[in-house]
Write a protein that binds this ligand. Structure first.
Ligand code: SAM
Length: 160
């Protein structure tokens, strides 16, 4: 599995603790990756760590699962979304799962001072294109650390 934008997330801790060995974390923030490695200690040798913008050139061996919570919605330039999808096609094995969570249809216009795009499950499917079969989706009301609520759209796709 690759967790895109997972540097600030505890998902890598949980999956490493469960014994998952084929695991990669990609994040544009080297500081976030360094914190995750420090948290994991000796177990930090298990995941593959990639410090890169997801839209820039990077490579990884084929993976069964692509997970992205809260990166795709920051890609406001169409060419960046195309490059993202190209990486997804290059990295995810046929039959593999892409789990992508973005701000939902009534999500905010900005996040952390940056413009974002909001998506329904159908809009996400349109962005990814015909190589991906929609499997399931759900809206989630996310409570932020400062107590407000943000609408998130989760969507699961299989690669044909
Ligand atoms: C809002 S946080 C989400 C963190 C985590 N996925 C979660 O759900 O808790 C966004 C993360 O994605 C990273 N990020 C933002 N834009 C990125 C990009 N273009 N390429 C790679 N990582 C990016 C940030 O450094 C940050 O760690």
């Amino acid at each position: 599995m690759v967790d895109v934008g997972g540097g600030h997330s505890l998902l890598v801790d949980a999956l490493t603790a469960r014994g998952l060995e084929c695991l990669a974390v990609l994040d544009v923030s080297g500081a976030a990756l360094d914190r995750a490695k420090a948290r994991l200690g000796a177990a930090a040798t298990t995941p593959i760590w990639i410090e890169a913008d997801v839209t820039s050139p990077w490579t990884l061996k084929p993976m069964d699962i692509w997970h992205d919570r809260a990166v795709f919605h920051f890609l406001t330039v169409a060419e960046d979304r195309t490059r993202y999808t190209q990486h997804l096609l290059r990295t995810l094995k046929p039959g593999g799962s892409a789990i992508i969570a973005t701000f939902g249809p009534d999500g905010p216009e900005t996040c952390s001072g940056l413009p974002v795009r909001c998506y329904s499950a159908d809009q996400l499917a349109d962005e990814l294109g015909p190589a991906f079969v929609p499997r399931d989706s759900r809206l989630h009301a996310h409570t932020t650390p400062w107590g407000s609520t943000q609408s998130f759209q989760y969507a699961w796709f299989s690669r044909r």
